[in-house]
Design a binder for this molecule. Structure first.
Ligand code: FES
Length: 519
């Protein structure tokens, strides 16, 4: 007998043959990312006792809505912990820092056996693009059932192989977990609404595309959205143009566009996999809850308590200590100097507008020659990205309490870019800030540059093109892209590539694109 209890957000309790596997249990009532994210809705049971003796825990990646130190620290230190074999070792260090002495890192669908008939296989999204990412996904084999926890992972995976496994249940993210465009100040209000709408749609598209490619018997949207109680952020969730769709919206789209069965789970619901079918035991405490209808009501109901949590968490962050600029310089300079592959691709000054005690206006100069300070007071240099951070949050990053990506995911910063173009290498640099990881990504990119590029034949009206198969952003299959106004739109995150030139509207990437002569 196999069952999946939904714990909320990305959390799962998979039970099989008397054993328990937890996946990404984010249960803390303090939320995540300095109390900017909260579960929507929270797991309804205060007694977590039944979850505290698992046979294994899968932590898909280091993001704090997946890696919850509050919950994990309550588990026996001998609990087997499974995670991805990432280039960046922060997730491993955090797990070891909690005292776990049995941490297994896996990749390429390597297997970990909880029992002979209960096996977890983990993979990282690096199959059709360089490994700029540190998410992972897991195939859980429980008896004769195959559960694919795609989680936040993009589609840079061996999709054809995964489809051939005849997955029974796929659980995939259908709501964005990104700060763009919410925190950008270079857009008008109207532009922002349009971009947020596009981001919202692309998250649903991406879920539908993943499900359609893998063709499970049952697909379940999960892994978000979070909700917000900080008065500065709450509108992102309750506003009329919220960028964050909920699971029923994604399920409805899937049902409208495919014949693949879909279900929506609420925290506490249990999906029992029986014979060739399934049965859902619904959680009575949330029987009348509706994800879309109740957004505002949920926030109102929990506002007083959770606003107090936000105030408490923020008040506990100490101010930056004197010498912040020197410490930031000491931290960033060796990373920039030792990673010319990234510096040359970032190729700009980034302005840091640091507010609060010990703040200032500083540049990080990725073009700095050997005699020029990489991090220095801004003296009017031209910049292409500007970030406005609070000094105490930068101090948190330097202390290792937050990663840069945690800080970005908190949405408590502002960004501005001129020109309006994404620089993937800049964000990979910030996300990793780890020399070994940056080196590994650089090597993978260089190796990929020397390989033959997979292409496919695309007919648009009377024209025929040879087009690069996999998107350089995150490996989505461009053969599944729609054609809009002479551009192919990637099903991953809706980047547009010009069919004549291969140039991308949203980034400095381009694809191979060649018009074939008439036959
Ligand atoms: S995979 Fe992100 S836009 Fe193509």
């Amino acid at each position: 007998m196999t069952s999946i209890e939904f714990l909320g957000h990305s959390g799962l309790a998979v039970r099989h043959g008397g054993r328990l596997l937890l996946c990404d249990p984010w249960m803390s009532s303090d939320g995540a990312y300095n109390a900017s994210w909260f579960q929507y809705p929270a797991y309804p049971h205060a007694d977590l006792g039944p979850l505290l003796s698992p046979d294994a825990v899968y932590v898909s990646h280091e993001h704090l809505d997946h890696f919850d130190p509050w919950f994990l620290s309550q588990l026996p230190k001998s609990t087997p912990i499974l995670t991805g074999r990432f280039h960046k070792k922060r997730c491993l260090r955090l797990l070891e820092g909690l005292g776990f002495d049995d941490v297994t890192q896996l990749a390429d669908f390597d297997a970990y056996s909880i029992a002979p008939d209960f096996v977890v296989r983990i993979a990282l999204p690096s199959y059709n693009c360089p490994p700029h990412w540190f998410d992972s996904c897991a195939l859980i084999e429980a008896g004769d059932k195959k559960i694919f926890n795609l989680n936040d992972c993009n589609h840079a995976l061996p999709i054809d192989e995964i489809r051939s496994w005849n997955v029974d249940v796929l659980l995939g993210q259908a709501s964005p977990a990104i700060w763009y465009p919410l925190t950008y100040t270079n857009y008008t209000a109207e532009q922002k609404v349009k971009l947020e709408r596009a981001r919202r749609e692309s998250a649903i598209d991406s879920f539908v595309a993943g499900v359609t490619m893998i063709r499970p018997r049952l697909a379940i949207p999960f892994a978000g959205p979070p909700c917000f109680f900080d008065p500065d952020l709450v509108d992102h969730f309750t506003g009329p143009d919220s960028m964050f769709p909920t699971a029923p919206v994604a399920a409805a789209r899937l049902a409208a566009e495919t014949d693949i069965a879909t279900e929506v789970l609420k925290p506490g619901d249990r999906l029992h996999l029986e014979g060739d079918g399934w049965r859902i035991e619904r959680e009575p405490a949330l029987a009348n809850f509706d994800y879309e209808r109740d957004r505002r009501a949920y926030v109102e109901r929990h506002r007083a308590k959770n606003e107090a949590v936000v105030r408490r968490v923020l008040a506990a962050i100490p101010p930056a200590a004197p010498g912040l600029l020197d410490r930031l310089r000491g931290y960033l300079t060796p990373l920039v100097r030792r990673n010319p592959f990234f510096a040359t691709r970032i190729d700009m000054c980034v302005l840091l507008d640091v507010t609060g005690p010990q703040g200032g206006r500083w540049v990080v100069d990725f073009r700095a020659g050997p005699d020029v300070e990489v991090v220095r007071e801004w003296a009017g240099e031209e910049w292409r990205y500007r970030f406005t951070f609070e000094s105490r949050n930068i101090e948190q990053v330097l202390r290792g309490e937050l990663s840069w990506e945690d800080l970005l995911l908190s949405f408590r910063f502002r960004a501005h870019r001129e020109p309006d173009q994404y620089n993937q290498h800049l964000f990979t640099f910030l996300k990793m800030t780890d020399h070994a990881a940056l080196q590994a990504i650089a090597q993978a990119e260089l190796a990929a540059a020397g390989r033959t590029i997979d292409t496919f034949r695309l007919e648009v009206g009377a024209d025929v093109y040879e087009v690069q198969r996999f998107c350089p952003h995150a490996g989505s299959d461009l053969a599944g892209g729609e054609i809009v106004g002479g551009k192919i739109v990637c099903p991953g995150h809706r980047w547009h590539f010009d069919l004549e030139t291969g140039a991308c509207d949203e980034s400095d990437y381009s694809i191979v694109c060649r018009k074939l002569p008439p036959a």
